[in-house]
Structures are given as C-alpha cells and as structure tokens.
Write a protein that binds this ligand. Structure first.
Ligand SMILES: O=C(O)c1ccc[n+]([C@@H]2O[C@H](COP(=O)([O-])O)[C@@H](O)[C@H]2O)c1
Ligand SMILES: Cc1cc2nc[nH]c2cc1C
Length: 349
C-alpha cells in the first residue's frame, strides 16, 4: 500500500462470505429467527466488515479532532470561540464527556489539535497537527486553501494509520469546534442541494432568532461558493479542519478495511462528503445515533442510514458513537456465545 493518501483510491471490499456465515449462524441460535432484531443485523454487518464470522470489539479507537472556525465571527454559536482550545485541554485532562466514555469502554482516546484561536502550545496527551489558528470565514472566501484541505484530510488518514497499528477493530471519529454546526450545515446544504432552513439547528443552544441569523449566514456562504462543484471543493470552501479530518478518516478507514462508527451531525456531514467523493466508503460506515440537531435526520436519510440510538444527545466529541459501543459489543457477544438449537437440544421450527 502506498504511504501517500489518495482520497480517490477505492475502498476495500466487504467480505460477503463472512457476512453470510454470520447470517447462517444467527439462524441456528436458540431464538426465533430475527427476534434479536437489529442486534442480529449489527453482528452480521460487523462480520462482513471484519472479515470473520465471529466479530469482536475489544479494541476501539476514538480520535477527536479539534479546530476553530472563521465563521464564528458572524456570531453563530451560543459559546465563545475560546471554548475549543479549552476543551482540548479538558479532553486530555480526562474531564470531558468523551474522556469518561472512553475510559468506561477501555477505548483509546486520541486527541488531535488542528488549530484554535487561543493556541495553548504542547499539551500532554494531545497530538498537535497544527494547520492554522482557524479556517477563514466562508462568508468572505474559501474556508481552506487547497494545501490546508489536503493537510486536514491527511490528519484524519494519519489517525486511521495509528488505529490500525494499534490493532483497532473499530474506528470512531469525533470533533470539537465552536461554530462547526454552521460549517457542517453549509457543507450539507451544498452536498444535498438543500435549503439552509431545512438543515440549520440550535447547535450549542441558539434561540429561534439565533437560528434565523445562522440560516442567513449559511445562505451567504452558499451564494459565495455556488461555483464549488465537487464534494472536495465544497468541503474546502465551507468545511473546517476537523470536518475534513473526519472525511479523510472515513475514506482512509474504508480503504484499509477498518469499520467506522459515525457520531452526530457534524460527523455525518463529513461522512457524506467522503461518500460523495468516494462512493465505496459507504459500505464501511455504521451509524451510532440520531442527534437532536435539527438537520441530522435529513443527513442520515441521504446516506440511507438507520442509527442505533435516539437519545436526544447533541454534544459531539464522538459521545454518541461511544455510547453505542456497548450495544455493538452485546451484539457480538450474543452472536458468539449463544447456543445453537442443536447444541442446546432445543427444537427448531
Ligand atoms: O454532534 C452533534 O450532533 C452536535 C450537535 C450540536 C453541537 N455539537 C457540538 O457543539 C459545537 C458546535 O456547536 P456551535 O453551536 O458552536 O456550532 C461543536 O463542538 C460540536 O461538537 C455537536
Ligand atoms: C462546553 C462545550 C463542550 C463541547 N463539546 C463539544 N462541543 C462542545 C461545546 C461546548 C460549549
């Protein structure tokens, strides 16, 4: 495999033989066929993705990418921009939601700082892959230069390479970036040819007037970048460093044959950009939850994705994906450890 990250290189093939073996096993387990519902589907899907009839999820890797957004200057978030850099420290210090969830899961938490306005310098436990303090305000020009987009995509691919080297069986990408729901909304509108009012939501907690203002900001961005015709160009003009890193991670994981569990609204917008750039990526994506963020359901529909959970979460940081891991682990354990009708001497239909 080449070391140079090429987003257009095709995704790996899913092992349909392993998935079929898992399907046959499910039919022989001591339960009415289909009675474990989507836990059965999850085990079968993971078997195909991991290329073995008995999938496991012992080693879970979580990368959280953090970056600031120039569009924050338009007053589109309920929180100040300084929070992005402050939360980077909190991730590494163990006090953020994802820090707790990762500890509970025994998962690796990889924190990647791509840029924030209050540069804290080196922080223990944070990988610094600095691009710039923030993106440019997309109302005024492209959010990223071509080099910045490439660097951000590669940051995601580099995290996937680390996950693989650590033997990860599942990759989870998360994000932190004040104003990034505005970026993700603009990107999603461009990718889906949707109106901002259909996709814009409260983010960290805007009121109705705040959401109306956010819609106008997204409209200005879309007008400014109406000429962006490809998924990657839309990502460059309207996205963010952490969003592009998530897209790069989805693509690199799919190319390497590592399943990805997608998080919330921002993660799904990044995944959609990845799939539009490289269609085979879709096969490698599992969807964890439906975020409370208004536009998430529409994004999930566009990807024909049915997430496992619907808990009104809207935090980001990979928190929704991490919360779904215990369910996936239960699906694997049921699949591997239940007795068959034959073994248990139970009469089949
Ligand atoms: O993941 C989600 O669905 C989600 C929904 C709303 C907000 N967030 C988080 O909130 C931040 C962005 O919100 P905002 O209002 O500043 O655009 C960013 O750090 C995200 O991780 C995340
Ligand atoms: C405190 C805080 C934590 C977050 N984590 C992800 N997005 C966030 C936004 C805020 C404001």
């Amino acid at each position: 495999m080449s070391d140079i990250f090429d987003p257009t290189r095709p995704a790996a093939r899913v092992d349909t033989g392993a998935a079929e073996a898992a399907r046959l096993r499910q039919a022989r387990l001591t339960k009415p066929p289909g009675s474990l519902g989507r836990l059965e589907d999850a085990a079968i899907a993971l078997a195909g993705l991991q290329g073995r009839p008995l999938p496991t999820l012992e080693r879970v890797w979580i990368s959280v990418f953090a970056a600031d957004h120039g569009v924050a200057a338009e007053g589109v978030s309920a929180f100040p921009q300084a929070v992005t850099g402050e939360m980077v420290r909190n991730f590494a210090g163990g006090g953020a939601a994802i820090s707790v969830l990762a500890r509970q899961l025994g998962a690796t938490l990889d924190v990647v700082h791509l840029g924030s306005v209050n540069d804290p310098g080196a922080i223990d436990g944070v990988r610094r892959d600095w691009i710039a303090p923030m993106t440019a305000n997309f109302c005024a020009g492209p959010a990223m230069s071509e080099l910045q987009l490439r660097t951000a995509l590669e940051a995601g691919a580099a995290s996937v390479a680390l996950a693989r080297a650590a033997g990860a069986e599942l990759f989870i990408g998360g994000e932190m970036g004040i104003a990034n729901t505005t970026s993700a909304t603009a990107l999603a509108c461009a990718l889906l040819d949707a109106a901002p009012a259909e996709l814009a939501g409260a983010g960290t907690g805007l009121d109705a007037a705040g959401i109306r203002h956010k819609i106008r900001v997204v409209e200005r961005g879309l007008q400014r970048h109406a000429g962006a015709a490809t998924a990657m160009e839309r990502l460059r003009c309207l996205g963010g460093f952490e969003i592009a890193a998530l897209s790069g991670a989805c693509i690199a994981a799919a190319q390497a044959g590592l399943p990805v569990l997608v998080d919330g609204f921002i993660g799904t917008a990044a995944a959609l950009a990845a799939v539009q750039a490289n269609a085979g990526v879709r096969d490698w994506l599992l969807f964890s939850h439906r975020s409370r963020e208004h536009g998430h359901a529409r994004l999930l529909d566009a990807l024909q994705a049915r997430p496992l959970l619907d808990l009104d979460m809207r935090l980001g940081e990979a928190s929704g994906a991490a919360t779904a891991v215990p369910l996936l682990r239960l699906a694997c354990a049921l699949h591997a450890e239940m007795a068959t009708f034959e073994q248990a001497g139970v009469s089949a239909s």
